[in-house]
Design a binder for this molecule. Structure first.
Ligand SMILES: C[S@@+](CC[C@H](N)C(=O)[O-])C[C@H]1O[C@@H](n2cnc3c(N)ncnc32)[C@H](O)[C@@H]1O
Length: 281
């Protein structure tokens, strides 16, 4: 039984990193005419209220999108991401936060397709309702995204991006992301893959980036944003990272230009910072 609800965390520093990176990736991939398949294996509910319900409980969004909303000095990839958030807040007040499916669809073109998986029945139902009018462009599957990924790869156009964004609520997720990434690449070696991971003090989390690196025989980019010092009690998220396989040309340059700014803008204490490692052949 899953208890994680992304609504508690929607728009926090981790979403800012993930969604900024996602928009920038899709922009580059969408430069070629060929249709693109985007698979979101852990799609969430797709849209989150920041005025009521889960998000107001800890108001995590205030340290994320809330800290950027009024700024006018955004680097281009962050401004591009903010435009996606502004699109669902037309009166200029930050009331709602779009999840990765809505953000991806905001960048995709008519010829592209979005495949969404969500295991939580309530979140899945909200998601399905939201995209019901999109016709063939968007397919929502209520089920396990790790298992579903195999069936949708490779895309007929051989162009695609896979976002693997589990909550790591289950300890088995740490192993499952590595396996899913390996299986995905086996079926679709030229795809771009994005694995989100938390910066936590638990052993599985600390070891995950190295395990991801060892699992792939391809170019990768590993970026992480730490917003504060790890807490003395060992609990809580102090940042997050993205392991990106087959990043498109020039993408790492964009992230190198963006991460220092994000680390400053989202810093919660003096331990904030960023890391960028790359393997390019
Ligand atoms: C971190 S949230 C997703 C956030 C979303 N990708 C975004 O950026 O807006 C993770 C989601 O995965 C769902 N989930 C957990 N295990 C899953 C599985 N095996 N397959 C599909 N969805 C799963 C959870 O219910 C939760 O909604």
């Amino acid at each position: 039984m899953l208890s994680y609800r992304h609504g508690f965390h929607a728009g926090n520093h981790a979403d800012v990193l993930k969604h900024t990176a996602l928009v920038a990736l899709l922009r580059i991939l969408a430069r070629k005419d060929k249709p693109l398949l985007v698979v979101d294996t852990h799609a969430g509910a797709g849209m989150y209220s920041l005025e009521q319900g889960f998000a107001v409980r800890n108001a995590e969004f205030r340290g994320g999108i809330g800290a950027l909303w009024e700024r006018s000095d955004l680097p281009e990839p962050v401004a591009d991401y903010l435009d996606q958030v502004r699109a669902v807040n037309p009166d200029g007040v930050l009331r709602q936060y779009p999840g990765s499916p809505r953000i991806a669809l905001g960048v995709l073109r008519p010829q592209d397709r979005l495949r969404l998986f969500e295991l939580h029945s309530t979140e899945g139902a909200i998601l399905a309702r939201q995209f019901a009018q999109e016709g063939r462009r968007v397919t929502v599957t209520a089920g396990d995204g790790f298992a579903g990924l195999k069936a949708v790869l490779p895309p007929p156009s051989r162009r695609g991006l896979v976002l693997i964004d589990p909550s790591y609520e289950l300890a088995t997720d740490y192993r499952a992301v590595v396996t899913a990434l390996r299986d995905g690449i086996e079926r679709f070696a030229t795809g771009t893959y994005v694995v989100w991971y938390p910066l936590l003090q638990r052993r599985e989390s600390v070891e995950l980036p190295e395990k991801l690196r060892r699992a792939v025989d391809a170019d990768w980019l590993d970026i992480a944003l730490q917003v504060k010092a790890p807490s003395p009690d060992g609990l809580g998220l102090h940042g997050s990272g993205l392991f990106i396989v087959n990043p498109p040309w020039k993408y790492s340059e964009q992230m190198r230009g963006t991460l220092p700014w994000l680390a400053r803008a989202l810093a919660q204490d003096g331990a904030a910072g960023f890391r960028i490692d790359a393997h390019e052949t």
